[in-house]
Design a binder for this molecule. Structure first.
Ligand SMILES: *[C@@H]1O[C@H](CO)[C@@H](O)[C@H](O)[C@H]1NC(C)=O
Ligand SMILES: *[C@@H]1O[C@H](CO)[C@@H](O)[C@H](O)[C@H]1NC(C)=O
Ligand SMILES: *[C@@H]1O[C@H](CO)[C@@H](O)[C@H](O)[C@H]1NC(C)=O
Ligand SMILES: *[C@@H]1O[C@H](CO)[C@@H](O)[C@H](O)[C@H]1NC(C)=O
Ligand SMILES: *[C@@H]1O[C@H](CO)[C@@H](O)[C@H](O)[C@H]1NC(C)=O
Ligand SMILES: *[C@@H]1O[C@H](CO)[C@@H](O)[C@H](O)[C@H]1NC(C)=O
Ligand SMILES: *[C@@H]1O[C@H](CO)[C@@H](O)[C@H](O)[C@H]1NC(C)=O
Ligand SMILES: *[C@@H]1O[C@H](CO)[C@@H](O)[C@H](O)[C@H]1NC(C)=O
Length: 485
């Protein structure tokens, strides 16, 4: 077996040095991922004295921190390198907010359901991977995911479009009158995973309902294309036709969770297969991943530059939950990881990854957090393509259960073996995260956060709309809660 197979292309005249990935070698993937992870985390200042943990520098929005630390949990899961676990844990705990629901006061006035969902999906991934638990007196990963799920459920709105979550939580934000696939996708994705993790079917019933609604408004069409969303002023009939990798990924991974949770039901098998069929056609250019709505014209914005990261993670996770997808997904991940590595030759580090992987080693010079995160995710995700036994090199310690802080970033020992299984745990298969099915709405103090937001914005109409919303709210399980009384 090959050890330390990270190789560098000889610097030929006119050819940039890039990261060569041997997609059949676990060590090659680990080494490449380690280099890219170091570059990515070099952008992060949140753990430096005087900065705020979890917050990315301007112009990055709050949600992307959640996306980045979600990606860093996958990095640890797939490579076993725990160098960034401490900083990841710190960030995920720092942003839980005063009510342990990922609505910290600093963010609530412009926080959307999708933003909250990304942090919650990071917490959910922490639970599924047995990422080291926070201290007992701090909110736990599973309970945090449940809190956000419960709040999403309370915001389900049937007055327009027959259901669905709005994009925004608050009326004073642009997008309050928009319903979209990513917000409903985050709610769906969390529901499917909570069902699988806890075995509580209520979550699965919600997931079915969200899926059905997405189809009813044709945000998911008969060919499994997933569109961005629609204004509710037209009752969701005028749909933005844009398709994004992260929408495809969030629903594909959710469907795979439902397939797995239902022990292989044919309906979820068909949905998983149908989504994958379309996903593979729309978002891959000659087997290389591409953000087709904006990548070639170079118009991807800050957010969009990171979507391929989450998409990669969800594709990899889909193969674990629905093994019948491996034969389609594995070659795409392996090919995209190799191509992404070829883009990693720029910047001061000489390993910064460009964004247009289809250009192979002609570096496109497009560097940044999203670009590095996307390259990192597709590279470590390619670990799932390696037969698990072959990934075990020295029988040494596994990734699972490692604690943070150890190791020198960028200098991972190449002898560390991959975990024997990447299967996400559940509460009956070794999962240790503590849940709270009643987390979220109804938590004492919840109301005061809202009132503070109203005060900060000094908009009377907001208070009025909150009241309307509160009356319309009903909480899963049949109980009714007045949030603002
Ligand atoms: C911040 O985290 C990085 C890892 O990303 C680590 O190398 C560095 O020492 C940390 N800084 C502080 C001040 O803890
Ligand atoms: C909120 O913002 C203040 C001021 O920038 C900062 O000191 C504090 O750490 C922030 N809190 C969180 C949880 O982000
Ligand atoms: C709005 O859309 C929903 C779901 O498609 C539909 O059930 C409802 O009848 C529509 N309402 C109006 C006023 O068109
Ligand atoms: C798993 O979670 C469910 C729902 O909360 C609970 O009923 C069950 O007892 C849990 N099982 C274990 C082994 O903890
Ligand atoms: C569910 O996921 C587990 C873990 O990867 C896998 O072993 C099992 O085969 C999956 N179930 C189905 C029905 O594919
Ligand atoms: C894949 O998609 C194409 C185009 O929509 C369709 O013709 C084909 O039947 C689909 N295949 C599967 C297996 O779903
Ligand atoms: C596929 O990638 C190549 C190389 O970057 C590019 O020229 C071409 O336009 C891409 N095709 C599509 C459909 O995006
Ligand atoms: C199942 O989940 C629902 C929704 O969060 C909750 O109301 C209920 O108490 C849960 N049941 C158990 C046994 O945990």
């Amino acid at each position: 077996m090959r050890i330390a197979t990270l190789s560098w292309l000889a610097p030929l005249a006119g050819t940039a040095v890039s990261i060569t990935i041997e997609p059949t070698s676990a060590d090659s993937i680990r080494n490449a991922a380690s280099t890219v992870a170091f570059d990515l985390m070099s952008y992060y200042r949140g753990n430096i004295s005087g900065e705020t943990p979890g917050i990315l520098p301007q112009p990055f929005f709050w949600w992307e921190g959640g996306g980045m630390f979600m990606t860093m949990i996958d990095y640890w899961r797939y490579t076993g390198d725990s160098s960034y676990n401490a900083v990841t844990s710190q960030a995920l705990q720092a942003q839980v907010g005063e009510n342990n629901d990922y609505m910290p006061q600093n963010q609530t006035k412009n926080e959307g359901n999708d933003d909250q969902g990304f942090w919650a999906m990071a917490a959910m991934l922490a639970a599924e991977t047995n990422f080291p638990n926070p201290p007992q007196d701090k909110p736990q990963w599973l309970a945090l995911a449940q809190a956000v799920f419960n709040e999403h459920a309370s915001r389900w709105e049937t007055e327009h479009c027959g259901g669905g979550l709005r994009w925004q939580i608050f009326q004073f934000n642009k997008g309050f009158d928009y319903k979209n696939s990513i917000s409903n996708g985050a709610f769906f994705n969390l529901g499917t995973r909570l069902a699988r993790y806890t075995g509580n079917d209520t979550y699965a019933q919600w997931a079915e309902k969200i899926w059905d609604w997405q189809e009813s408004v044709k945000f998911i069409d008969a060919d499994y294309n997933i569109f961005d969303g629609s204004s509710l002023n037209e009752n969701c009939t005028v749909i933005s036709p844009l398709q994004w990798t992260y929408n495809a990924g969030i629903f594909l991974h959710g469907a795979a969770n439902m397939f797995n949770y239902s022990k292989g039901s044919s309906i979820w098998r068909d949905r998983t297969a149908g989504l994958l069929n379309t996903t593979a056609r729309v978002f891959f250019n000659q087997t290389i991943m591409e953000e087709q709505a904006c990548e070639q014209p170079n118009t991807c914005n800050t957010d969009q530059l990171s979507f391929k990261a989450y998409f990669s993670g969800w594709l990899a996770a889909t193969t674990i939950l629905a093994p019948f997808t491996e034969s389609t997904i594995n070659p795409l991940l392996a090919s995209s990881a190799v191509a992404a590595g070829q883009q990693c030759s720029g910047g001061a580090s000489k390993s910064q990854c460009g964004f247009r992987w289809t250009q192979r080693d002609a570096n496109d010079g497009n560097f940044g957090i999203g670009q590095s995160m996307s390259a990192l995710a597709v590279i470590h995700s390619a670990m799932v393509t390696i037969p698990r036994a072959a990934a075990v090199i020295d029988g040494g310690s596994t990734g699972g259960g490692s604690t943070g802080g150890g190791g020198q970033p960028g200098q991972v020992p190449v002898t560390g073996s991959a975990p024997p299984s990447f299967a996400p745990v559940t509460n009956s298969t070794g999962g240790t995260s503590q849940g709270d099915p009643n987390a979220g709405i109804g938590t004492p103090g919840r109301e005061s956060v809202m009132i503070d937001v109203i005060k900060t914005t000094e908009k009377d109409t907001v208070a009025a709309s909150f009241l309307t919303a509160a009356v319309a709210l009903s909480v899963i399980g049949g109980s009714f809660i007045m949030v603002y009384e």
